[in-house]
Design a protein around this ligand. Structure first.
Ligand SMILES: [Fe+2]
Length: 256
């Protein structure tokens, strides 16, 4: 991990003047662990046609494995293990008909609130890998129970993967908070689009800082729609390719 990070930093200091391979894509990542591809159950793909377009885009970009993660957010997307597994079955059937060959499974992106706190007591969570669980919170306000939820998850044997930490504005003033999250047992997942500036300049700045400090464990597409797919595809042909290529992301261990 450290020597790969060293190489990554060395390349960063050299100004990424390495050539970008022809037909560069994201195949070196192997697996993606964050997307919204199941039709009609959250703010991602609306129809099965949308889903198939996004799956095709993932295959085009070189991915071998997709772990798709519908929102579980009681007020807006009250998904359960049942709605997610039946949605996945519909998608898998349509992929088979269209000969789209890529390994796919579903987990969830859990919104950390009181409902989630109770869920922890009542049923097993959908996991990304071993006991790792993708979680998110409000972008604007720090949830008062954040530390309690993380503590409870870790105590229950789970490992939280905090989705897109660079997007939470309330963390921006104090970059050391990210180390605290890691010390409490969180893994951190970069949204790849943050590096391109897609979500704004401030978010890119924080993403770059966290990359430079080697804080991220995974990167994910957080793919919702075709604009995301087009931007991700275009990014692979820019210097951002090298930002990702040498960084020791753990994505490839998720391939199945
Ligand atoms: Fe997401």
């Amino acid at each position: 991990m450290f020597s790969r990070l060293f190489n990554w930093k060395k390349r960063e200091n050299e100004g990424f003047d390495l050539p970008i391979p022809e037909n560069a894509n994201w195949s070196f990542l192997g697996a993606d662990l964050h997307s919204h591809l199941i039709p009609g159950i959250d703010d991602g793909a609306k129809t099965i046609e949308d889903s198939l377009k996004l799956v095709r885009a993932m295959i085009d970009m070189g991915y071998k494995t997709i772990i798709t993660t519908p929102h579980v957010m009681i007020d807006y997307y009250p998904n359960t293990a049942q709605t997610i597994s039946s949605g996945l079955a519909v998608l898998q059937e349509a992929m088979k008909e269209q000969n789209l060959n890529i390994s796919i499974k579903a987990a969830a992106e859990y919104y950390m609130d009181e409902y989630f706190m109770n869920l922890l007591d009542t049923e097993p969570l959908l996991t990304i890998y071993e006991k790792q669980v993708l979680v998110e919170c409000s972008m604007l306000y720090k949830p008062p129970m954040l530390a309690d939820i993380i503590y409870k998850m870790v105590n229950a044997g789970y490992r939280p993967i905090l989705a897109h930490p660079e997007r939470y504005l309330f963390f921006h003033n104090d970059i050391s908070t990210y180390q605290e999250l890691k010390d409490r047992g969180c893994l951190l997942q970069l949204n790849m689009l943050s590096v391109s500036g897609y979500y704004g300049r401030n978010i890119k700045v924080v993403a770059d800082q966290l990359l430079a400090k080697g804080m991220y464990d995974y990167c994910g597409t957080d793919m919702h729609h075709e604009r995301h797919a087009a931007t991700l595809k275009a990014m692979a042909a820019t210097k951002d390719y090298h930002t990702f290529a040498g960084y020791p992301f753990l994505n490839s261990r998720l391939c199945f």
